[in-house]
Design a protein around this ligand. Structure first.
Ligand SMILES: [Zn+2]
Length: 415
């Protein structure tokens, strides 16, 4: 079976131009002793918005790996796919993120729930899980409630998994189950039975993406109670380790943190937890590489800056349209957005300072950053004009991309 390494990082790249710079960050990390493998991910949503297909991601990954002589594993992730969208990704991907969040809260058939409850008779009562302070108290009611909320979702994941397996062959791809885009975080008991359901469905999941407490907005820092996050993250690690042994799940099963780029305030607790437990991690970044392109364009003044301003002007005017697909993962206060007429007078440094995620810079504006993050559709519409500008600024952009990934992300989480 293909086995995902202990540490992996999902690197999104909207326009598929920065693969080499991204991989360059991993090459540098390796020199520092961090063994980390890349997973290029692009979701169906992104492909639809910029009119690309999964083959372009495979091509980007293969080219970057060839150019840099990368000898370790690398993967191409069919990110957030469902039974409806998976077929498009079958040829290009060897990593599949099965998104079944839409099925959470919808009940499976009564007989399936009852047999699930029956199968867990032996764990009723008080269950001690190493790493969790208090024993979990499990009643038949807890099992039934959890099954009612999650069993149908995991059954759906089973359907998607078996569909992929029938096309690609057993053991030839990595499977992730994601339930992160739901309303409430999963408590330890729920995680436990979700993992049991995954095992019973025969899904050899190597990563699982739960919903964590707090807001994981695209491209900006974590918003929430860091202490509570730390507690829940540690509990999830404990449940995963327990479930691997108890239910016979793949021994390398690990947590996957989605929208994981830029969540600077939780990197320290994550890093501490990985060190303490020896657990692995998949950190999926949210495609903010394209913001490094914008920063590079702006900083170069001239046509690059003109393009950056044009993208902002249009994004500002098309706020509702651009934000709609991301409504649950952004928080933009419109009153904090600078007027495009004012932005038009900025120099490149001011634009870059406002966009770059350096919180200590007084010009940094998370609202501006989030709007531009979802504004990649505008850049896609500029087509050749955008791509030509990228080529002209290639050196500066590559440096930004690599530095952002290595300094602000990899070093803080994995080193
Ligand atoms: Zn996700």
């Amino acid at each position: 079976m293909r086995q995902l390494e202990k540490y992996s990082i999902g690197i999104g790249d909207r326009f598929a131009r920065q693969g080499k710079a991204q991989l360059g960050a991993l090459v540098e990390a390796k020199k520092l002793g961090v063994h980390l493998v890349p997973v290029w991910n692009k979701s169906y949503r992104e492909h639809t918005i910029v009119h690309t297909d999964p083959a372009t991601v495979r091509k980007e990954a293969d080219e970057a790996v060839g150019a840099l002589g990368w000898k370790d594993s690398y993967y191409v992730d069919a990110d957030h796919i469902s039974l409806k969208t998976v077929d498009l990704f079958l040829d290009s991907s060897d990593f599949f993120t099965l998104d079944v969040a839409d099925y959470v809260g919808k009940s499976a058939q009564g007989k399936d729930i009852e047999s699930f409850v029956k199968a867990h008779k032996s764990v009723l009562g008080s269950l001690s899980i190493p790493g969790i302070e208090k024993p979990l108290s499990i009643t038949e009611e807890t099992v039934r409630k959890t099954a009612e909320k999650y069993l149908l979702a995991i059954q759906e994941a089973g359907k998607i998994y078996r569909h992929i397996e029938s096309k690609k062959g057993k053991g030839n791809f990595i499977t992730e189950v994601s339930i992160d885009e739901t309303d409430a975080p999963q408590v330890p008991v729920e995680m436990l039975f979700i993992l049991s359901a995954i095992a019973r469905e025969g899904i050899p999941a190597q990563t699982i993406a739960p919903k964590f407490t707090g807001r994981f907005n695209k491209g900006i820092d974590y918003v929430g109670d860091v202490k509570q996050f730390e507690k829940e993250f540690n509990e999830d690690l404990a449940v995963v380790a327990f479930a691997v042994k108890e239910f016979g799940l793949p021994s390398n099963l690990k947590l996957s943190v989605h929208s994981g780029s830029d969540k600077f305030s939780i990197y320290e607790p994550i890093q501490k937890a990985l060190k303490r437990t020896g657990a692995g991690l998949h950190l999926k970044t949210a495609g903010t590489t394209w913001l490094e392109e914008l920063i590079g364009l702006a900083a170069g003044e001239g046509e690059g800056l003109a393009i950056a301003k044009e993208i902002y002007r249009q994004a500002y005017g098309r706020f509702d349209e651009l934000c709609a697909p991301y409504a649950s993962v952004i928080d933009i206060d419109r009153s904090k957005l600078p007027d495009p007429a004012q932005v038009a007078r900025w120099d490149g440094k001011r634009f870059a300072d406002t966009l770059r995620h350096v919180q200590s810079n007084p010009h940094y504006n998370p609202h501006f950053r989030q709007l531009l993050h979802v504004g990649y559709k505008v850049a896609a519409e500029l087509g050749d004009r955008y791509y030509k500008a990228l080529e002209a600024a290639e050196k500066v952009i590559a440096k930004n991309v690599q530095e952002n990934l290595l300094e602000r992300h990899i070093k803080r989480v994995f080193l």
